[in-house]
Design a protein around this ligand. Sequence first.
Ligand SMILES: OC[C@H]1O[C@H](O[C@H]2O[C@H](CO)[C@@H](O)[C@H](O)[C@H]2O)[C@H](O)[C@@H](O)[C@@H]1O
Length: 598
Amino acid sequence: MHPRIEDYALIGDHQTAALVSNRGSIDWLCLPRFDSAACFAALLGTEENGHWRIAPTGAGTCTRRAYRKDTLVLDTEWETDDRAVRVTDLMPQRDRAPDVVRVVEGLAGRVTVRSTIRLRFDYGSAVPWMRRSDGHRVAVAGPDSVWLRSEPEVRTWSEDRATYAEFTVEPGEKVAFVLTWHPSHEPRPRLVDPYESLRTSVHDWRAWAAHCRYDGPYRDEVVRSLITLKALTYEPTGGIVAAATTSLPEEIGGVRNWDYRHCWLRDSTLTLGALLACGYQQEAEAWRDWLLRAVAGDPADLRIMYGLAGERRLPEYELPWLAGYENSRPVRIGNDAIQQRQLDVYGEVMDSLTLSRRSGLPAKPQMWRMQCTLMEYLRSVWREPDEGLWEVRGPRRHFTHSKVMSWAAADRAVRTLEDDPELSGDLDGWRALRDEIHREVCARGYDAERNTFTQSYGSRELDASLLLIPRMGFLPPDDPRVVGTVDAIREELCHDGFVRRYSADHLSSTASVDGLPGSEGTFLVCSFWLADALHLTGRTKEARELFERLLGLTNDVGLLAEEYDPVAGRQLGNFPQAFSHVGLVGTALALFDGDEAG
Ligand SMILES: OC[C@H]1O[C@H](O[C@H]2O[C@H](CO)[C@@H](O)[C@H](O)[C@H]2O)[C@H](O)[C@@H](O)[C@@H]1O
């Protein structure tokens, strides 16, 4: 049986990441970058598509699993009455080549351990040639090579397109495996010392986590989320991926399977906010600089997402040879949403740059110039319909959230000018724009009969993004229209207390709100937004209860996917997802680190 999404834990080296199941199997690993082809793709197919399992012979799921405190170093243990063994997994900070280190350590009795590795390059499709060289097993296919060795060396053999090793450990005995990726045309990679890597990783992560300035309740959960956000950041450029995976389904067996290994302006600006609020200025600055490079050029060419280094083309295609996670097909690479118009992005970019200024990040001269150009462009397009923040694949609409965020862009432009007399810009024009958008949203995006804002102009649909209205400052939290909207969303979009993005009524028909067949779960970041809105509107007790229930959805190692299915009681969608962890950090800060409301 396929592990559930929440059966996985993440390890990474700030350039890519792997998913390790609670059976001790690495089922997902893209090398050398997050968005490279996977060499282990069992996550989206079968073991034949590549995996690496280390576990006691005959054992199934582990008996205990945890990250070492404040690190991304994972311990997985199997314990029986008289025997116990631990596998410690990590990806060391990169020198040149990416490495995976797996240290097996005997804890009690004499345990026989088996390593089974099936390397399959190009997303599980290419079976490499294997050879031996200098104590390594070397796998080569096309541009990729992987070098595998152990310390001390254990006997390995190949059979049925897999490489095996079997050995025993007694208490205190260790065997460390190192897998290193390398371009196949280059000479052998430099050796890393697995034990030294383990020590350094633990030290570096703890030093990083110690900078977290949040010291309130649930600090461990907040730090775990921050570590996850850091692990989703591509260090060479500062770009932040939305999640470590592609095509984990929003509906088991369905078609809502997308590639999240790219940098969305929306997801990353929110991530930046969470990191900044917790004191991580360096990461925020790196992302701000990534943004300035990525959006450079004609504002009409602004993309809603980019590749890790700011690439502007992410063509979407399918991998027919992969069966998909629990048969959820197609498996998609790339993302056509890059072609969409999503007006909210202007508001998010302006908001995050305002935040970065206020947090004291040194401003760059080209920053304000770029903001003025974006504003001029937004002034010419804000009246147009768009695909909205949920990236609907149906017809464009006048999404209320997109207009609210256009208002936010104008508002942040005005406020930046008011704050800094040294900057120049069209203050009167932007004030007028801000007022005009506000008037229009209140007139066309609000249903007076039901006392709620609506998903798009003239529609009766609701949308969870409207929970952000008070947070963006569009209306005060005690405005009856805000309270009415929060209540209507609770009434219509909640399932078991968790929030759907939009109405579920049409989700089973092909004429769904988002133009896609099938259904989906409750959306975790929206559920955190509900907790924020409840807190802002004075219902802090309910906000805390919801927050605690949401914490209860994290898996055994504190990770969240994009969605949750309250009926099946399992996580859905790409994993771990930055959006969900940003939500967790934001709500913790709002509830326990800010002004107490109610
Ligand atoms: O629901 C259809 C869309 O789903 C994906 O978008 C979602 O993920 C993005 C990244 O986290 C997020 O920014 C967006 O708000 C979400 O709706 C997918 O990437 C799209 O291609 C797809 O149309």
